[in-house]
Design a protein around this ligand. Structure first.
Ligand code: PSU
Ligand code: MN
Length: 308
């Protein structure tokens, strides 16, 4: 594999890709900006274990001292989880972070971009970014990335702190199919249901792999977004979450929080306002998505799944 100089890929992952074994990419903005210590490190390790248990090789992607890492050792993961002042790395940040020798967690957009370069086809995350409530010009770089980078992205919907109907509209415009996994409406991250109907549904990992492969065979080189509801026992009813979310959004506006700090601010505030319940929910859906992503990766046969 001919990867740019600035990328380090773990030998186990390079070998797995070469031999047609399943690999699942994991993001790291959730480690640096999404979860508090020590839950960030513990959860990252746990997700890697779940992916291994599902028969795939985990590839956590991050920037360390100006190098893009595809796969982290346990020591590297621990270092990243405990670093202060890391940058959130999305598409726009790579060149800058490399030139300045920075470390940071890759967002969904940053992770997709690096994963696709390495030939990884499946990626598990918690929730994608989207259109922010009340600020329709704050649109996450995750959305255009989904429109142009060929990866199956497994998530629990867009984060409920966002404007979900607007997020679905933008994804449609960008040519991204949002498909429910064993559900007919968009999950709202902390809550299993948003009530927003979806136009596509999959019930098995094989169906997902077949659809993605068919799309890519046609040269439609965009993502496929698979949305899986949080396990019902860990879900928080949308109406309940909404009270905390509204308050957090108001506070962000009042305090002049903007740009990449918005999402981490809202997530942290919602966690406080929900007395930690939202974090338990976050951990549960992350594990659940890692499990499904491993099964989808396994459903891609070595030479690509058969579409006929
Ligand atoms: N999901 C979580 N926690 C997070 C994120 C997702 O449970 O912290 C991160 C993802 O990395 C996503 C990013 O790509 O938030 C979106 O940030 P923004 O809205 O600034 O694009
Ligand atoms: Mn933004």
């Amino acid at each position: 594999m001919n990867l740019p100089q600035s990328i380090t890929i773990q030998p186990e992952i390079a070998r797995a890709l070469k031999n047609g074994r399943s690999v699942v990419a994991l993001e790291s903005a959730v480690i640096t900006h999404g979860l508090p210590r020590p839950a960030n490190f513990d959860t990252a390790r746990e997700m890697e274990g779940i992916i291994r248990a599902g028969g795939a090789v985990p590839a956590t992607i991050a920037l360390l001292d100006g190098r893009v890492h595809i796969g982290l050792t346990s020591e590297e993961l621990e270092k990243l989880a405990n670093l202060d002042g890391t940058r959130k790395i999305s598409r726009r940040d790579f060149g800058y972070a490399i030139a300045k020798g920075l470390s940071g967690g890759t967002t969904v957009s940053g992770t997709m971009l690096a994963a696709a370069m390495a030939g990884i086809r499946v990626f598990a995350t918690g929730g994608i970014g989207g259109v922010h409530r009340g600020s329709t010009f704050d649109i996450s770089a995750d959305l255009p990335e989904l429109g142009k980078t060929p990866l199956v992205v497994v998530c629990a919907g867009a984060k409920a702190i966002l404007d979900l109907p607007a997020t679905l509209e933008v994804l449609e415009t960008l040519g991204v199919l949002v498909a429910g996994y064993r559900t007919d409406d968009l999950p709202a991250f902390y809550s299993p249901h948003s009530g927003l109907p979806l136009d596509a549904r999959f019930d098995t990992p094989e169906q997902v792999a077949r659809a993605a492969q068919a799309q890519w065979d046609l040269g439609i080189n965009g993502g496929l977004l698979v949305v899986q509801p949080i396990p019902s026992e860990d879900g928080i009813p949308a109406a309940e979450m909404d009270i905390a979310i509204r308050q957090a959004v108001e506070e962000a506006a009042r305090q002049g929080i903007s740009g990449p700090s918005t999402t981490p601010f809202l997530l942290a505030r919602v966690k406080e306002l929900s007395a930690g319940r939202s974090m338990q929910a976050n951990l549960s859906l992350l594990r659940n998505n890692a499990r499904l992503a491993a099964h989808i990766a396994a459903a891609f046969s070595p030479g690509g799944v058969q579409t006929t």
